[in-house]
Ligand binder design. Structure first.
Ligand SMILES: NC(=O)c1ccc[n+]([C@@H]2O[C@H](COP(=O)([O-])OP(=O)(O)OC[C@H]3O[C@@H](n4cnc5c(N)ncnc54)[C@H](OP(=O)(O)O)[C@@H]3O)[C@@H](O)[C@H]2O)c1
Length: 307
């Protein structure tokens, strides 16, 4: 199968087309014919060598990528619920498995617990933007214990995690104050946020909030000023400093697979309750270019590789 491989730790140019033997499904596993793989910030960190502390055993060449959508090509023993030809999306928990499987490939052998059905009316490209970021958003929101009507600040609200978090928080009845990306206020308004702030807004100047989901993450210095005493802030990377300087709760989300939640969010995407944006489609062979675009930021949506 065709792949795109990290051939050394470094800049986007280290991503090169490769070939691997056809994967076979393990017991409890599924081989997916991948149609689309989203490019995420964590992929960039891993490619450049930033993930080495967490995955010391991971050495180039390796196949990158967490997010996939495609069709089931083969199922292993003891797999129920999936048949060849089924449309699926899924999240390879790349960090937890030491990067031994990646989504920048035509096919991958994955665990059935990483997958969920992809509704017929969601494209592979859109489906590929769902798993990592919607699961992170949902699991980040699980840290809060907020009554409906409570004020939640979401930073990075026009990004992958932030955009899903805005929709899920609104569905839960929260009042959402959302900080957009560069020139991206309109999308956050479309998502239905109650208040929209531009990127770079001074958060010291806004009304107090009951919780903060710092999806950029901006970090404690920039993102905690509006948080009321006793409130919780959830970061998408461990914060520095790690200890709060007043009565706050610091949490960091580490996404994990959850097939039931993913299936539900795929249905929400099909129903329009969740929304996503694909900014650019590039063929797998152009993964290096996809990383250049993603690193630059300001894309107004995800960059997605197609096979
Ligand atoms: N811990 C976990 O389990 C986990 C899981 C998934 C993701 N993450 C992390 O969560 C973060 C967000 O991921 P994502 O996929 O949502 O990224 P993304 O789609 O690139 O979105 C990031 C958003 O933040 C905005 N932004 C970037 N820098 C900013 C700044 N300095 N001030 C204000 N806004 C800024 C971007 O706006 P522009 O358009 O202006 O660039 C964009 O809207 C990343 O750090 C990622 O590594 C962690």
């Amino acid at each position: 199968v065709r792949t795109c491989e990290v051939t050394a730790f470094g800049g986007p140019e280290v991503l090169e087309p490769g070939e691997r033997p056809n994967p076979v499904p393990a017991a409890g596993g599924v081989v997916v014919r991948i149609r689309a793989a989203a490019v995420n910030p964590t992929d960039i960190g891993t490619r450049s060598g930033g993930g080495r502390a967490r995955m010391p055993e991971l050495q180039p060449p390796f196949v990158l990528g967490w997010d996939l959508a495609g069709e089931v090509a083969a199922v292993g023993e003891a797999v129920t619920g999936f048949l060849p030809g089924d449309r699926v999306c899924g999240m390879i928990p790349f960090g937890r498995i030491g990067g031994r499987v990646g989504a920048y490939a035509e096919m991958a052998a994955v665990d059935s617990e990483w997958l969920a059905p992809l509704p017929a009316d969601v494209s592979f490209e859109e489906g590929a933007t769902l798993p990592l970021n919607s699961l992170t958003a949902r699991q980040a929101l699980d840290f809060f214990d907020l009554e409906p009507g409570s004020r939640l600040l979401v930073t990075g609200a026009s990004g992958g995690v932030g955009g899903y978090a805005v929709r899920l928080a609104l569905e839960a009845g929260l009042y959402v104050v959302a900080m957009a990306g560069r020139d991206d206020e309109e999308w956050v308004t479309v998502l239905g946020a109650d208040e929209v702030l531009p990127r770079g807004a001074d958060l010291k100047l806004i009304e107090p909030v009951d919780g903060v989901l710092d999806a950029v993450p901006l970090g404690p210095e920039l993102a905690t000023p509006p948080l009321r005493n006793g409130g919780t802030i959830v970061f998408t990377r461990p914060p520095h400093p790690s200890e709060p300087n007043r009565d706050l709760h610091y949490e960091t989300v580490w996404v994990r697979p959850d097939p039931e939640a993913l299936a539900e969010m795929a249905r929400m995407l099909a129903a329009g309750t969740l929304r996503t944006r694909v900014a650019r489609l590039l063929p797998l062979e152009q993964a290096a270019e996809s990383h250049r675009l993603a690193e630059r930021g300001g894309n107004h949506g995800k960059v997605v590789l197609t096979t």
